[in-house]
Write a new protein. Structure first.
Length: 209
């Protein structure tokens, strides 16, 4: 019961902080529950509240793909080139977090959180900014070459944009932004409870930022 109440309070705190930059004073939860706050209980309740947020979008980036496709038939050729900007969202599925991903070190007063991987969502294509160049109108007029070129280019655009989005630098920026956001989500309730605790969120793998 206490954990559910804590989770509800924490969810309100997180929502208020996101919406308006909540300033926390020195009030703790001692008086609310009649005993000193337990960091493990607070962290577990924070986990429930964070999971309620479902998906975190800590980072969004724009990329540009330039792709070309060519068709040759009957001694004729047709070629289409697209230059397409697209937006990619970097997301973390917070529902995948479990209590096994939380580790409390009483000696150092540190809460460590193992985060699920960053996932790419999109790309969202900006059709208004797309540029198209074509050669071989005759072949396009008498065959389905244009439809084939368009299909090939669409696949190539998506693949190119996602490959760029999965590069080392944007992924590092996304992981850093996600880790900082999660750290704030867990640190705020701990501070509100009067606990001087450090929160460290990490991803698995060599880039643990």
């Amino acid at each position: 019961m206490i954990r559910k109440l804590l989770a509800a309070i924490i969810l309100l705190l997180i929502g208020a902080a996101i919406g308006g930059g909540l300033m926390l004073g020195g009030k703790t939860w001692d008086g609310w529950f009649g005993r000193g706050p337990d960091p493990v209980t607070v962290a577990a309740a924070s986990l429930d509240a964070v999971r309620e947020q479902n998906r975190l979008v800590p980072f969004v980036a724009s990329f540009v793909a330039a792709v070309s496709s060519e068709q040759r038939r009957f001694g004729l050729s047709a070629r289409k080139t697209l230059i397409v900007p697209g937006l990619v969202r970097y997301e973390v599925d917070l529902a995948r977090l479990t209590e096994q991903d939380l580790s409390w070190d009483a000696e150092t007063q540190t809460l460590t959180i193992a985060l699920p991987p960053v996932e790419l969502s999109g790309p969202q294509i900006n059709l208004n900014a797309m540029q198209e160049f074509r050669d071989g109108r005759l072949l396009m007029a008498v065959t389905d070459a244009e439809a084939q070129l368009d299909a090939a280019n669409r696949k190539a655009v998506e693949k190119t944009l996602l490959r760029q989005a999965g590069g080392e630098m944007p992924m590092r920026l996304a992981r850093t932004a996600a880790a900082r956001a999660i750290e704030r989500s867990f640190a705020m309730p701990l501070r509100a409870a009067g606990l001087d605790a450090k929160v460290v969120a990490r991803f698995a793998g060599p880039d643990r930022s």
